[in-house]
Design a protein around this ligand. Structure first.
Ligand code: AMP
Length: 190
């Protein structure tokens, strides 16, 4: 199986590149942010809970996120592989993902990290907020909180995969197509 963690701060382009990568490699796309938003839209209990954290730019608690992700992985037993987009975001999530995949006789193949500096992220998120209507992309205070959470809680996940020799940084500024080619080149190297 080809199991990719697509990593990067909010606004780095993970969603855009995931859509292209799943087409190219026929993988199942699991975006925890998208799943939370679908639950919010559907008015589920999980959605109500998740919204209370998302609106403040905080992470949804690990036990909730890990439980949800596990059940999503279990829904695709025939998958050729997965793109994990926006997960793991904490060390506990990274460990849980390793355990889950090990139980299935597989593992993370690589982490591809889109590297974009903060000033550019702030700009991109505000533009996306206007287009997508996402409340968490419209408030500069919430945007800054998400960037701070990324730098504090999520950064250790990079070290986690570096220690396993699986980390690959990719320049996330430029043409979408060029960034996509750079991601594919890393994947094709194996
Ligand atoms: P995203 O669409 O990836 O930017 O995620 C939007 C929001 O959903 C985040 O700011 C978090 O509040 C929440 N979220 C998404 N993925 C996770 C995760 N792996 N762990 C905790 N919270 C998450």
């Amino acid at each position: 199986m080809l199991n990719i963690v697509l990593f990067g701060p909010p606004g780095a382009g993970k969603g855009t590149q995931s859509a292209k990568l799943i087409d190219q490699y026929h993988l199942v796309h699991l975006s925890t942010g998208d799943i939370f938003r679908a639950n919010i839209k559907g008015g589920t209990e999980l959605g109500v809970l998740a919204k209370s954290f998302i609106d403040k730019g905080q992470l949804v608690p690990d036990e909730v996120t890990i439980g949800m992700l596990s059940s999503e992985v279990n829904k695709s037993p025939e998958a050729r592989g997965f793109i994990f987009d926006g997960f793991p975001r904490t060390s506990a999530q990274a460990e849980a993902l390793d355990t889950l995949l090990k139980e299935k006789g597989t593992s993370i193949s690589m982490m591809l990290a889109l590297e974009v500096e903060e000033e550019e992220l702030r700009k991109r998120l505000l533009i996306r907020g206007k287009d997508s209507g996402r409340a968490d992309d419209q408030d500069p205070v919430v945007i800054q909180k998400r960037i701070d959470v990324y730098n504090g809680e999520t950064m250790p996940v990079k070290a986690y995969y570096e220690a396993q020799g699986k980390y690959h940084g990719i320049q996330g500024i430029g043409e979408i197509e060029d960034i996509f080619k750079a991601l594919c080149a890393e994947i094709d190297k194996g």
